[in-house]
Structures are given as C-alpha cells and as structure tokens.
Design a protein around this ligand. Structure first.
Ligand SMILES: [Zn+2]
Length: 224
C-alpha cells in the first residue's frame, strides 16, 4: 500500500484524534508524499501545507498548540457532583452538598482524583480512610502520565519540542510549558489501565528550520 494511503488509514483509526490535528496530519502527509508540487524546491512544506489547508500561519500554530503533550485532569476525572460517600441501603452516592474536599494522586500514574464529602457524621467517617490514603500522595506520586496531545510526533519527526513551546507562548500565552519526561510522542507514554495507547507509526521526517513554520528543505522518508 502506498505510504499516503497507509497514513490516511492509520489516521482514521486513531479515534481520539481531534479533527483539527487530523486535518493537519493528512495535509502534511499529502504535501510530503503525494502533492504533484512536492519536488518543487521553491515551495516549503509548511507554506504548501497552509495553502492546501486554505488557512493562515496562526491557524497552524493553533493546531500545534492543541496537540501539545500534556496531562489534562478534566479528561479523566468523572467524579460526580456532591458527596461521594456511598449510601448504606441504596446503590448510589450520598450526593449532598460537599463541606470537605481534597485531592488524591495515583501512585502509579500521578493522575489526580478529587474527593468531596458532606457534613454528615457517617460520610465523614467514610472520608477519613480516603483522607489518610490521600495524605502526602502528591509527593509520592510520579509526574502525571500525559493523556492529551502528542499525536503529531506519531507521524512526523520534527523538532516538536521547540514548536510546542512556541505554540504555547503564541496561542495559549503560557511560557511555562515543559515537555513531559515520558516523551513528546503519545506512543512513548506508559500504558494507563483502561486507556488505549496509540500505536507507533513509521515517522516521516520534516526537516526543521530556524523558528518559522515556513521552511524550504525537502522532507525525507524515515523507514522505522
Ligand atoms: Zn454525604
């Protein structure tokens, strides 16, 4: 199967991929593998990518910013509103307004769970065990395993760290972003129970240029 078809079919099986990231991966794939103008030395990969996507530089940086590898608490914490102590005779949680709340950090993943409990003595009794367990859990927990972004490096090798940094500063106005120590590419992250880890893909190389998205060097195919 031709490389571009392989790329497209792989992209369409990546169910967690946001549509913007998908557009960018497919456009980059088209520009580097299939575009009739791909051998024209006067046309840079990114300039041509903007052209085929009918978009501007800012949108490209937005798409890169959306793919920044990170841990996003909201993506996995599905704790219900209200007191989380179980009821005795019925199969549900108490659910009353919470008076006490604290966070617990998973010792394996570093992921955070938020606990909330109401003022009833029985609920507070239940809370105490969890509170004991949660105490100091932040210090014992590892750096959280990322659960968002990191999809562009699955398909293309490039100096993503510098690009993510720039995208965060330009688009999210955050200069504090640091690359996860687990790696930039989602296929490098440790497996988390209940989460499907993306499969690796033979990476296409996009030669990096100094600072700008626009660049002229020819991308090379990397056979993994
Ligand atoms: Zn309660």
């Amino acid at each position: 199967m031709a490389r571009y078809d392989q790329l497209a079919s792989r992209v369409y099986t990546e169910t967690r991929m946001p549509s913007g990231t998908r557009d960018l991966v497919l456009a980059l794939g088209w520009v580097t593998l299939r575009d009739p103008r791909r051998h024209d030395p006067a046309i840079g990969t990114w300039a041509r990518t903007r052209e085929v996507m009918n978009t501007d530089n800012k949108r490209i940086w937005q798409l890169i910013a959306e793919d920044v590898p990170r841990y996003d608490f909201d993506l996995h914490d599905k704790a219900p509103m209200g007191c989380q102590a179980p009821m005795v005779r019925v199969q549900r949680l108490c659910g009353r307004n919470t008076m006490y709340g604290f966070s617990e950090f998973d010792p394996a993943t570093g992921w955070m769970t938020y606990w909330g409990f109401c003022n009833r003595p029985r609920c507070r009794e239940y809370m105490r065990t969890i509170e004991q367990r949660a105490k100091g859990s932040k210090d014992r927990a590892p750096e959280p395993i990322p659960n968002a972004g990191g999809l562009l490096p699955l398909f293309f090798s490039w100096n993503w760290e510098a690009k993510y940094r720039k995208a965060m500063a330009l688009i999210k106005f955050r200069s504090s972003w640091e690359p996860p120590s687990y790696g930039l590419s989602a296929d490098e992250w440790p497996e988390v129970p209940g989460q499907e880890k993306p499969k690796a893909f033979p990476k296409l190389r996009l030669i990096a240029s100094g600072g700008e998205v626009i660049q002229r060097a020819r991308p090379k195919l990397v056979i993994a």
